[in-house]
Design a binder for this molecule. Structure first.
Ligand code: FES
Length: 69
């Protein structure tokens, strides 16, 4: 799904950027260019970044759980 129409950026590109280390909105903007023109994609981009980080935390916690057992 396109999130940033101005730059043609999809939700998957944002998720990949977050998984690749762009863990803040500033880093996502620098890396992909999202939110760099009209800014209308900022709210949805923020949600995707937060959801991706939360999913990573869940996966990390699950890894620790299995490592202990
Ligand atoms: S929609 Fe992303 S900067 Fe305009």
């Amino acid at each position: 799904m396109y999130v940033c129409i101005c730059k043609g950026i999809t939700d998957n590109q944002i998720k990949d950027a977050v998984c690749g280390g762009a863990t803040t909105l500033r880093k996502v903007r620098t890396q992909l260019g999202a939110m760099s023109q009209c800014g209308k994609c900022a709210v949805l981009t923020k949600e995707i970044v937060e959801d991706t980080l939360a999913q990573q935390d869940y996966n990390d916690a699950e890894s620790v759980f299995y490592a202990v057992n």
